[in-house]
Design a protein around this ligand. Structure first.
Ligand code: SF4
Length: 697
């Protein structure tokens, strides 16, 4: 790898964590010193602002907090090993399974935090070096419902079809199941500017979050009922003659069926299902339709449900019927979560997709990508299992696994069961920065470089492809994920096709994506540097990139957006006598995902030291717990214990737990892996639990 710049000037790069991908500068420290994060005001998305995770991001570069050499399991213990031994063992273990049980007995699990280059190389490695169909990634747990609904309605999935700056200039934003104040605080500025410009903000969330506090109107539906709420609002739009008939006629298809479905959800029924008073629903419709332009933005709340695709679809129908899509300053968008939540799904680590966001079952797509890879299209495997189904098959049909950039033992639903599946594997290889809870179960652990130690692109939630630049050298003994894939592929007889240099991989990715829905062929490292990011699709070097999609036509064959009729259905698990309370899960600002990195940062740990159970004072009184006392939360999948946080900012029938921690406070011990039939998204956001006082966490 290239040496880091010798000077102490700050290198322009991006935060390693969430999908906002804030610009920052990183000034290398002296020998042995941790580098310093500095503001980078010129980057337009965050204009220098960072949350606590971004400000402390350099801490995780400290060699004392992470892995600095490979580990192999010997006599049941993970012990230090050299790279050659570790890679030999890893390659032999995977090859052994393949020889004994066939290629599909080897699985690959990736992550939405991997750079575009790594996601691309991992997908190629699975399909070319391992010949397995069994690859998926943790982004399936993040945005797959929104992606499926996007595809269905617009023919193309890009999280936001417009830049974030448009959010500040629209007339009204409905934010559904998104708590920006905790997930990406610098983005709050767009909502603040929206309101300063006279626009309105409606927040839909079962909790009165710090984001909801800033809204003009907050609706708090019962968990899992946002679909009914969207239908009820659409019903009112129709009943009050507020449909944009001209837009519907000229730009859409399928309205009669969607209209009928919405009309079956009359307002009083919706009030009963959601628990949101009818006057508040009317007020929301008045507010949204009273503005000239408007947006609906969703996040994990409506998406992480067993009906997530239809729930997002209901909000898209609402946008289409009101003419708030495919027009300036209007539209539906999804706020992705992980650092490369957008790019991570475009380049082939998803079970059903090839680079360029192509469908794996499309013969033309297979021929194109196989041509770039120099292999026979017939040799490419078909679609594999989705993320949870893949994890559920570990130790069964899938006997060995290569895991990169994910920690499913904490972050997957029904986590205790998932941990059992990992324990049942014949062989596990994990490439990670730290010894995560999942890495600790591996047979071979390969320590890899992280954000500031390597160069690579990510694609932020706007579809803006950006470049994280190398600013410091990694500790000795650490190699890049690309290096790992190169080493494994070579040991499997693939001398060529897996370069170590990220720019070389990106150049191949450009060719593989050419002509596909997510066309990167006009994007280069040079352009990204000069233009502070380039929006895809960008089909040639003279193309300016596409900041706003769908203004002329949608990406369907006939250019029309599709209404899809959807109807309310209950969550897979509703409260009953035995489990009478809803559980919903989410994030806190000081931790990220499974916490594998952020739990190691002292400042972040001090701010958010452990899990908690948020509950209403009435519920707390009923079960006899006070603030800080231990609460046991039990679902059909297991039991978690954490201190009570008593607040009136949550519904009386619901408790909330953040999911960043392992151990007895692990929220995902409780969550339900019921899957959305289209996106295969598990129902993280709603399940039924019993809460009671515990003896102590
Ligand atoms: Fe990093 Fe996201 Fe925080 Fe920005 S908002 S500093 S990208 S974690």
């Amino acid at each position: 790898a290239a040496a880091a710049p010798p000077q102490r000037t700050a290198v322009d790069t991006h935060c390693p964590y969430c999908a906002l991908q804030c610009g920052m500068g990183l000034r290398p420290g002296g020998p042995g010193a941790v580098p310093e994060v500095v503001e980078r005001e010129a980057f337009p998305v965050n204009r220098g602002a960072l949350c606590g995770k971004g400000r402390t991001a350099a801490a995780v570069l400290d060699p004392r907090l992470r892995l600095t050499g490979p580990l192999v399991r010997r006599d049941g213990e993970l012990v230090p090993a050299g790279w050659d031994e570790a890679l030999d063992r890893a390659a032999e273990g995977l090859a052994r399974t393949r020889a004994a049980h066939g290629p599909d007995a080897v699985g690959v699990f990736g992550g939405g935090g991997l750079t575009n280059e790594k996601a691309y190389a991992l997908g190629k490695f699975a399909r070319v070096a391992l010949s397995t169909s069994q690859i998926d990634y943790n982004g399936r747990f993040c945005m797959s419902s929104a992606a499926a609904a996007h595809q269905r309605a617009f023919g193309l999935d890009r999280g936001l079809p417009f830049p974030l700056e448009d959010v500040a200039r629209t007339g009204c934003v409905i934010l559904v199941g998104s708590n920006l104040a905790e997930t990406m605080p610098p983005a709050l500025r767009y909502l603040r500017e929206l309101r300063e410009n006279g626009g309105k903000l409606i927040v839909i969330d079962p909790r009165r979050t710090r984001t909801a506090e800033q809204a003009d109107l907050h609706l708090a539906p019962r968990p899992g009922t946002d679909l009914a709420l969207a239908l009820g609002m659409l019903h009112l739009v129709v009943a009050e003659g507020r449909v944009d008939e001209e837009f519907v006629t000229e730009r859409t298809a399928g309205w009669p069926e969607a209209r009928s479905a919405a009309m079956a959800h009359w307002p009083e029924l919706v009030e009963r299902i959601t628990g949101v008073p009818l006057p508040a629903v009317r007020e929301a419709v008045d507010m949204f339709c009273g503005a000239e332009t408007g947006m609906v933005l969703t996040a994990r709340g409506p998406e992480q449900q067993s009906k997530g695709t239809d729930t997002v679809g209901a909000w898209i129908n609402f946008c289409l019927a009101t003419g708030r899509a495919g027009r300036p300053l209007s539209g539906y968008g999804c706020l992705t979560g992980q650092g490369n939540g957008q790019g991570g799904r475009e380049h082939g680590q998803k079970a059903d997709q090839l680079p360029g966001y192509r469908k794996l079952v499309d013969p033309a797509a297979r021929a194109h990508v196989a041509g770039v890879w120099g292999v026979d299209p017939e040799s490419l495997p078909g679609p594999g299992r989705s993320a949870y189904e893949l994890l559920d098959a570990l130790g069964g049909e899938v006997r060995s696994l290569l895991l990169m950039g994910s920690n499913p033992v904490v972050s997957a639903p029904r986590a205790a069961h998932v941990a059992e599946r990992f324990a049942a594997l014949d062989f596990l290889v994990v490439a990670d920065v730290v010894l995560s809870e999942t890495a600790a179960m591996a047979d071979v652990v390969l320590p890899v470089t992280q954000w500031a130690e390597e160069t690579g692109t990510t694609t932020n939630l706007e579809g803006r492809v950006i470049l994280r630049r190398k600013a410091v050298d990694p500790p000795e003994g650490v190699r890049s994920d690309l290096h790992v894939l190169h080493g494994l592929a070579r040991r499997m007889g693939r001398e060529k096709g897996f370069p170590i240099d990220p720019e070389e991989v990106f150049e191949e990715l450009r060719r593989a994506s050419a002509g596909g829905p997510a066309d990167y062929s006009g994007i280069s490292y040079r352009r990204i540097t000069e233009e502070d990011g380039v929006f895809w699709p960008c089909p040639d070097e003279g193309h300016p990139g596409t900041r706003r999609l769908f203004l002329e036509r949608f990406a369907t064959e006939d250019g029309r957006a599709r209404f899809v009729p959807v109807t309310h259905r209950p969550a897979a698990e509703e409260p009953d006598e035995e489990y009478p309370v809803f559980l919903t899960t989410g994030r806190v600002v000081a931790q990220y995902q499974s916490g594998a990195q952020t739990r190691r940062v002292a400042e972040l740990n001090a701010a958010a030291p452990g899990p908690f159970v948020e509950l209403h004072p009435r519920l707390a009184e009923r079960i006899g717990v006070a603030e800080g006392e231990a609460v046991a939360v039990t679902s059909r999948r297991g039991r978690a214990v954490a201190p009570a946080r008593v607040t009136r900012d949550i519904r009386q029938d619901t408790v909330f737990m953040p999911f960043h921690w392992p151990g007895e406070g692990r929220a995902n011990t409780l969550t339900n892996p019921a899957l959305d039939p289209t996106s295969r998204m598990p129902e993280f956001k709603v399940c039924a639990v019993r809460v009671e006082a515990a003896d102590g966490p």
